[in-house]
Design a protein around this ligand. Sequence first.
Ligand SMILES: Nc1ccn([C@@H]2O[C@H](COP(=O)(O)OP(=O)(O)OC[C@H](O)CO)[C@@H](O)[C@H]2O)c(=O)n1
Length: 351
Amino acid sequence: MNKWWTKHEGLSSRLISRASKMDDSIQPLFTFGVIADIQYADIDDGYNFTHTRKRYYRNSLQLLRRANEKWKTETVQPSFILQLGDIIDGFNKKYEASQKALDTVLTEFDRTGIAVHHVWGNHEFYNFSRQDLITSLNSQNTDFAMREDEIKQKHPDNEQSYAYHFSPAPNFRFVVLDAYDVSLIGRQENSEQYNQALKILQEHNGNYDLNQPPAYSGLEQRFVKFNGGFGQDQLEWLDRLLSLSDQKLEKVTIVSHLPIHPSSTDPVCLAWNYDDVLSILYSHKSVVCFMAGHDHDGGYHQDISGIHHLTFEGVIETRPNNDAFGTVYVYEDRMKLKGNGRVPHRSLNYE
Ligand SMILES: Nc1ccn([C@@H]2O[C@H](COP(=O)(O)OP(=O)(O)OC[C@H](O)CO)[C@@H](O)[C@H]2O)c(=O)n1
């Protein structure tokens, strides 16, 4: 086992057992739901590209329905739901069913009456242009995003990067990042971001098919077309935002479709410039957690600065009789993830 590949290390199991012993009677400050990689399509079951994992395209909607039912009956109603990207599958495009599939899933989410924060993943871009997504899957303007918020740092609307922040309760902030800011998917061929992405992939991936990972092992495998990176403007914005959060002694949770810690994911799912984001996070004291999807097997790692990196198990590769979602209970001194089905319980103490 390589040193950086420690997602099932002892620390994780110790945290799981500590979580199960925790006192349930204390009222959380607020709660929120999390779900990843629903990848709904009204098509028969299939497999991932390498035929190693079964995908339940139609049933993913039933799993979302079960998650919604659970969230609706929580004693402390979730303040919001984080949908970590890949809400519908790329296959919808082939059947000209993208809009219908998206409407189906959004209608299902609507039944809860709970605000949903949507992250954009690779499958969003297989179905829609960025311009389409700005109209149809844009949660930047939900009720509490930016409202009555002392931190007004709005992300510069540079070529429509989809990054924003919100504060659901005093002293807590959530940041949604755009992991496909620099990418070959979702960017126009004449854009700066597309050309930057092409240069990166040409430098690191010698394959004709750029979806094919460049090496059998190691972090270089992340240089594939179905991943992407964070642009300089977005990184600078994040840095400035976190400085303000530091000053306000906030606890910050950051979310993105792509994981950024090598020990929280298979390297083939890692963001290209994950190290740039990590350096920024390490220069601020406010960040407590980073949540992502994309790696359907899930993962977890607490890094050297105490940040919890959670990669959520994907709905699409979850058997019909199982579940894959979580509810996070937020307290002054910790967060507690109550997992369902493949998503394990975890206690996430702030260090
Ligand atoms: N070796 C490969 C792998 C994939 N593709 C094509 O790339 C597109 C995205 O692949 P897909 O597996 O659907 O992406 P997900 O985001 O669902 O999953 C990411 C990780 O694999 C999950 O662990 C799709 O069009 C594939 O056909 C490829 O050409 N060559």
